[in-house]
Design a protein around this ligand. Sequence first.
Ligand SMILES: Cc1ncc(COP(=O)(O)O)c(C=O)c1O
Length: 410
Amino acid sequence: MPISERLSLLGSGVFARNDQRKLAYQRKLADQQRWRADAGQASPVPLPPLLDLSLGSTDLQPPAAAIEAIAASLQQPESASYCLHGATLPFREAVAAWAGRRFGVAVDPGTEVLLLVGSQEGTAHLPLAVLNPGDAALLLDPYYPSHLGGLQLASARPVLLPLEAASGWRPDFDRLGAAEWDALKLMVLGFPHNPTATTGEQSWLDEAVQRALRHDIVLAHDNPYVDLALDGEAPALLRNPAWRQCGIEFFSFSKSWCLGGYRLAFAIGAEWLITALRQLKGVVDFNQSLALQAGAIAALEQAPQWPERLRAVYRERRDHMAAALEAQGWPLRRPSMALYLWLQLPEVAQRRGLDSEAFCAALLEGTGVCLTPGNGFGPSGEGWQRLALVHPTAELEAGAARIGAWLRQL
Ligand SMILES: Cc1ncc(COP(=O)(O)O)c(C=O)c1O
């Protein structure tokens, strides 16, 4: 069967590879349980249960007001209908009001807001709307995988800007020469940054805005973690007035309101960028149901304090898990953002010649703990693992103990 060259570029993706590994591990667990039931005795070395810390999919609950609003709207016949852009106006108005409260900026809900099926959908589609095949686009390295995927689908040319631990993951825009800047058509940034779990600084984004204006580049800022900075204030493109000229910013209900499975997000940006993305999306989808939009509106209006509660939980998890891993001999730099730890491979793994993918696979086999290998986030992610704080503290600490025991016998 014919498959496009574009598609073959995509590869399997780090989350899909991990999915396979987790499935295989769960099959082994099930086999072992069957064996124990048949034999009526415990197997010699029972496998530990799976502790999945590989996805930023939270175990925490969304606000009841959002779920109740969805449930109530499900009864309305309009919720079952196609939803064209015009019908999303109440959602866009709620978003514009939120932006006013959050950033003190007046956003036009008619022309500067767009509903998305997740911010991943928006950032992955944007390159198709603004780039021609072969156009150059800058990505941070490490990057969120769909940022690269979106460029590949648009047959664009990624230009990677490596981030380094030594400089606190600050992007060094001077690494690119003038000719490279002139060739760029799009820049995709995101602070707070996944996977390095770094909040970042507004001045980094402001510098990017200056470059975007100078070189006529679209600046896309992926900001699903805007409410999840644990130290410092999350940068936002909307704080720089030039967003109206060259920028588009992506926000999500997945992280701040724990609604990831409902696929709700939005973009705020320059009118011409919103129009372009909207035109592209017109080919692809008919927006989320009005029932889901009702949940999103309820989250914005009735549960503005939700992210603050989440931060308290994640802060506690971060501090306990960091201490637990350190006690097990795996030191780390404490992240300034919620949800993730970004861990350099321990020395013993390096001595054993394990790269991030091999380490992740061996760790799962040996402990039942699943992390995400850093190489899935780009070349600069090699040598690292990402751990998502998506289980209660006691389970995380138990996971750290399993990891420590395994590292000692490596
Ligand atoms: C940087 C980044 N962008 C986008 C997403 C996906 O967000 P959404 O659920 O809104 O598609 C994630 C999820 O982990 C992410 O880390």
